[in-house]
Design a protein around this ligand. Structure first.
Ligand code: TNX
Length: 533
């Protein structure tokens, strides 16, 4: 009974529900309390929805005797260690990493035609195996395995179990290669542990790109050795006048390392030529009038601009991008380019004409906010679309035209996946300039048809930005990100044929206890029937 979403989703969904009802019946009459709680999570109750699920056979049960087999490479062993790091505290089992033997949990690299990030998970009473062409696939398979276990597996103290994984096979691979989340560490500075905590949350949903918005009017957050005042002075405050902060190069490398260990690529952004007050305040020579403005701690946008006519501006850009590229193993440098309301159009175009080749000179690919499509995007450039339903037809047409001419697109429609938008008028945090964005609205759109006329090949994926004008603590970030982040991750990963609000809200409800167990603060949207216990 293979469930391949491109062919027969609905019939099998109904069949699956019937089986579930039958299973629930069996377990209600069973006397043992453990058995009653034990109907294992169905293989398709995972976010993002897997590409293909074939349920069948009895479940596997993790016990005190289970080992984790990780033959082959050091990287597979490291993924095994990550998995046991998750499983050991709640199960209380030793779960040794082994190279040989049979049964148990097995992670193995083997060519299966599922691509750079795909995996196959097979569960039988004898064991669970995850196989993949490449380590990233094994890591994503581990996230699926995690979600197939009871939510209590996420707790840090020993829990009763049982730890069962439904029988059958999952074959999975992403719809889009770029599945991103952005953190604005400029408006409020976020510490390295805060960023790591968010990275762990992103990994659970198979997100593979972490875009860091490292500079804005309110703060410059990364050390640049050739321009030391950027971080030391430009990073010394934030929205509301707090102390701000910045990452040393060692801090930044640590974020990159931590992300890479979870198969996320870091995309650093230096926003230019607008959103630059922190830089302009740090160096008078970057200003056309040679006068440094004061540091800024408000939340207005569009008032600052680098001086497009001055050579100092391009010396600055070259130094900053060179140092940033040297810190960046990833493919991309994001050069911003949004809301340059204090830069004339002609200046904006000439600035982008000079700056994009600098990115290429340092071996990286340009990403810019979609206003870049109003200039001359270089070949290979990617534009990040942050428009709304109500964005003018002319602006949309400009983006579509660029996509037809080869510019790639990352979709971040603000009235869908801007995680800083309020859910309702009563949401205590966030902004509402793009509208109120409840969970269903955030999930219910299709990246492939969102901008009619864009060729499918232009769409690189989906990114959910989290701007921090109103957000300071991890609990604030999480309240805005969860549950909507899970929906954005699913739009990026799952085949279009799995898209179904009713099925999604059931799967989403099952994430609530997991977030509780992980200590993740989330918005209990009334659109979702969260479990009560
Ligand atoms: C628009 S999106 C901005 C940011 C703000 C955000 C707040 C974009 C490229 N620019 O400067 O932080 O709205 O929602």
């Amino acid at each position: 009974m293979r469930r391949n979403h491109s062919t027969t989703p609905r019939t099998t969904r109904i069949l699956g529900s019937l089986l579930l009802v039958a299973a629930a019946g069996v377990f209600t009459v069973a006397a043992h309390p453990e058995a009653r709680a034990a109907a294992p999570t169905p293989l398709d109750r995972v976010i993002p929805a897997p590409a293909s699920v074939e349920p069948g056979g009895a479940p596997y049960r993790i016990t005190r005797a289970t080992g984790v087999r990780v033959g082959g490479s050091a990287e597979v062993r490291r993924i095994g260690a990550y998995l046991t790091g998750i499983l050991r505290p709640a199960t209380g089992y030793p779960l040794p990493l082994t190279e040989h033997g049979t049964g148990g949990i097995e992670l193995r690299l083997s060519k299966g035609g599922l691509g750079a990030e795909g995996y196959r998970l097979r569960s039988t009473p004898a064991g669970v195996s995850i196989t993949a062409d490449a380590p990233a696939g094994l890591f994503h398979g581990v996230q699926t395995l995690r979600q197939l276990l009871p939510a209590a597996v996420e707790r840090k103290t020993v829990q009763p179990g049982p730890w069962r994984i439904a029988g059958g096979t999952v074959e999975d691979r992403p719809r889009y290669a770029y599945r991103g989340a952005m953190l604005d560490v400029s408006r409020h500075f976020l510490t390295v542990p805060q960023v790591k905590r968010y990275i762990d949350q992103l990994a659970l949903y198979k997100i593979n790109e972490l875009h860091l918005h490292l500079s804005d009017d309110q703060g410059w957050r990364i050390t640049v050795d050739s321009w030391p005042r950027l971080a030391a002075y430009g990073g010394s405050t934030e929205v509301g006048g707090g102390a701000g902060g910045h990452y040393t190069k060692a801090d930044y490398r640590e974020i990159v390392r931590y992300a890479a260990a979870r198969y996320l690529e870091v995309v650093p952004e230096i926003d230019m030529p607008g959103h630059t007050n922190a830089a302009l305040a740090s160096y008078a020579k970057l200003n056309c009038d040679g006068v440094a403005p004061p540091l800024y701690t408000g939340t207005e946008v569009g008032f600052s601009s680098l001086c497009v006519a001055k050579q100092a501006t391009y010396d600055f850009v070259d130094d900053v991008l060179r140092e940033l590229a040297a810190l960046t193993p990833g493919r991309y440098l994001h050069i911003g380019g949004d809301e340059a309301h204090s830069t004339s159009h002609a200046d904006y175009v000439s600035f982008m004409d000079r700056v994009q080749p600098v990115v290429a000179k340092y071996g990286k690919t340009v990403i810019g906010w979609h206003q870049l499509t109003g200039a001359h995007p270089v070949q290979g450039a990617i534009a990040q679309y942050w428009g709304l339903d109500r964005t003018s037809a002319a602006e949309k047409a400009q983006v579509v035209e660029a996509a037809r001419n080869g510019t790639g697109l990352i979709l971040s429609p603000a009235d869908r996946v801007y995680l800083d938008m309020k859910y309702t008028k009563d949401t205590p945090l966030g902004l509402d300039w793009a509208g109120l964005v409840e969970v269903r609205r955030s999930y219910d759109w299709d990246p492939a048809t969102y901008l009619p006329g864009v060729p499918a090949s232009a769409i690189r994926g989906v990114e959910a930005p989290l701007w921090t004008e109103t957000l300071k603590k991890s609990a604030d970030l999480e309240y805005m990100a969860f549950p909507r982040l899970a929906g954005a991750a699913e739009l990026g990963w799952s085949p279009a044929a799995t898209h179904d609000w009713d099925a999604y809200r059931t799967r989403l409800a099952a994430q609530g206890p997991r977030w509780d167990a992980l200590g993740i603060n989330y918005y209990r949207s009334p659109q979702v029937s969260w479990p009560t216990s």
